[in-house]
Design a protein around this ligand. Structure first.
Ligand SMILES: C[S@@+](CC[C@H](N)C(=O)[O-])C[C@H]1O[C@@H](n2cnc3c(N)ncnc32)[C@H](O)[C@@H]1O
Length: 211
């Protein structure tokens, strides 16, 4: 799996397919997040969420775990261009499935359109692993795609998500091929959902979980 080839095209493809909706979904809960001291972001991508986070919480110490070196380079460039080069961001070029996070360190965990990259079996290992890095009162911001609950929206979201997996599996060799509901895994890791919003015919959601 690698997003390196896709990374330079990710921004314009997102703009073409979703306009500003993905960014709206990623950042919708930033205003209600309690100011974090240490943030752990998985699969940040090209830095669009990161730059908003740095702007809002300039004192936060941020660790980004990202498997694509090209994405990391794009995120660094984005921070520099936004005048945020002095932000406290540590980029770790690693596979989240094998990288061992420091225990009980972060009071905010962020997974935006990241957990959909993994199969159910992988998530059963990954979510508890990530949770070991969270403090006892940590927040977890999660945004992703979902299949709408019923009706025409359900059909539309099935078609769109099916197309996206077909595309990403081809473009990045992604192993996953369907969305997995991570709610039971987050709950098992001691988190409770506090807030949830949906966007674009309920195709997208963002949630804030709290320990
Ligand atoms: C679908 S993109 C989402 C990017 C961004 N978070 C967003 O909201 O658009 C998934 C990101 O996760 C990264 N990623 C996928 N699998 C990973 C893994 N096993 N370890 C670390 N990063 C991974 C990819 O390189 C990519 O940047």
């Amino acid at each position: 799996m690698s997003f390196d080839l896709l990374a330079p095209h990710y921004r314009w493809m997102e703009a073409l397919c979703a306009g500003g909706q993905l960014q709206r979904c990623r950042t919708a809960l930033l205003p209600v997040i309690q100011p974090p001291q240490r943030v752990l972001i998985y699969g940040e991508g090209n830095g669009r969420f990161l730059s908003k986070l740095c702007r809002r919480f300039p004192a936060a110490e941020i660790t980004v775990v990202e498997a694509s070196s090209v994405m990391i380079s794009l995120a660094r460039t984005r921070l520099q261009r936004a005048g945020l080069a002095d932000s406290h961001v540590d980029f770790i070029h690693a596979d989240a499935l094998t990288w061992q996070p420091p225990a009980v360190t972060y009071d905010l965990v962020v997974t935006c359109f990241f957990l959909d990259c993994f199969s159910a079996a992988q998530l059963r290992q990954l979510v508890p692993l990530i949770a070991t890095a969270a403090t006892s009162e940590a927040q977890w911001l999660n945004a992703d795609f979902q299949i709408a609950p019923s009706g025409l929206r359900r059909l539309c979201s099935r078609v769109i998500v099916g197309f996206l997996y077909a595309f990403f599996r081809r473009a990045t060799q992604l192993a996953a091929d369907e969305l997995v509901d991570v709610s039971p895994l987050l709950a098992a890791a001691g988190f409770t959902r506090c807030e949830r919003h949906t966007f674009v015919l309920r195709l997208l959601f963002c949630e804030r979980w709290q320990r």
